[in-house]
Design a protein around this ligand. Structure first.
Ligand SMILES: [Fe+2]
Ligand SMILES: [Fe+2]
Length: 272
């Protein structure tokens, strides 16, 4: 079976543990099977996409209750919400592999690597959540990440613009703020969560960089100006507006241009 169809099977998988196992096995399949360029999409093949369990209950972003990280339940809800983002992120990476025909092999390899790292992020957070006496599904979650995947299902250029380099890039901004709160909490579980978030932040810079790379590649192929096209895509697909504070240093490492960083209030100070 073509690796992209294996990615579809993992994407349809509803059980988180099975999804994790199938996603993490993809890189091994890739190494054993010679790559072929094929048109794989068929009418109706998005049935069952994305596979997800009955719980967590899905609610709108505004309906997710705000809880203080200074209580154990509040911290469990916080870890659960990030776990849920990672679950969606596995699906979005698998979807990027399966959905879009006609991209270079390097594009699919990049997104298979992202899927594998998202599976690791989910596993780290879920183990930590279980240590805190909870499990994935115990709290409600919202699906902002997947909603943008649906909106950009027919346009890989818009997908790259608005999912990795917009929504995942917001994670680069949010993570240090969450870590600062957890440091103030100063409990062993908060310290462990901060350590896991260090790993996630390191990897997410790479995911946003992959989004930036393929967004620019697609813009070059289409003969359009990547920086001029971006605000038009935000408008057309009603993507969330970016809000400060921005992690300009991480955004710079993720490949945003000097002009893009300036538009956010950057460039960052030199770290030399
Ligand atoms: Fe992640
Ligand atoms: Fe990611």
């Amino acid at each position: 079976m073509h690796i992209r169809l294996r990615a579809l099977a993992a994407l349809r998988q509803t059980d988180p543990e099975h999804k994790l196992r199938e996603t993490r096995a993809l890189a091994g399949h890739m190494a054993r099977t010679p790559w072929t360029d094929e048109t794989l999409r068929r009418a109706g093949d998005d049935a069952g996409v994305p596979g997800r369990p009955a719980r967590p209950e899905r609610v709108s972003a505004t309906a997710v209750p705000h809880r203080s990280p200074f209580t154990p339940d509040g911290r469990a809800a916080l870890i659960h919400s990030i776990c849920h983002i990672e679950f969606n992120a596995i699906n979005l990476a698998l979807d990027a592999v399966w959905r879009f025909d006609g991209m270079p092999q390097a594009y699919y390899l990049d997104w298979l690597r992202v899927a594998d790292e998202e599976a690791q992020h989910f596993a780290l957070l879920h183990a930590h959540l279980q240590d805190m006496g909870h499990a994935y599904g115990d709290f409600p979650g919202h699906d902002g990440l997947w909603t943008m995947c649906e909106k950009t299902a027919d346009d890989v250029l818009a997908r790259m613009a608005l999912v990795p380099r917009t929504l995942e890039a917001r994670g680069l901004d949010a993570t240090p703020q969450i870590q600062a709160k957890l440091r103030r909490v100063n409990t062993p579980d908060a310290a462990e969560a901060t350590r896991i978030l260090d790993i996630i932040l390191r990897d997410e810079v790479g995911h946003v960089a992959i989004g930036n790379h393929w967004y620019r590649w697609l813009c070059d192929r289409a003969g359009i100006d990547a920086e001029a096209a971006y605000p038009e895509l935000v408008e057309r697909y009603q993507a969330p507006r970016l809000r400060p504070p921005f992690n300009l240093e991480a955004r710079q490492r993720a490949g945003f241009s000097a002009a893009e960083l300036r538009s956010l209030g950057g460039p960052p100070a030199s770290t030399c």
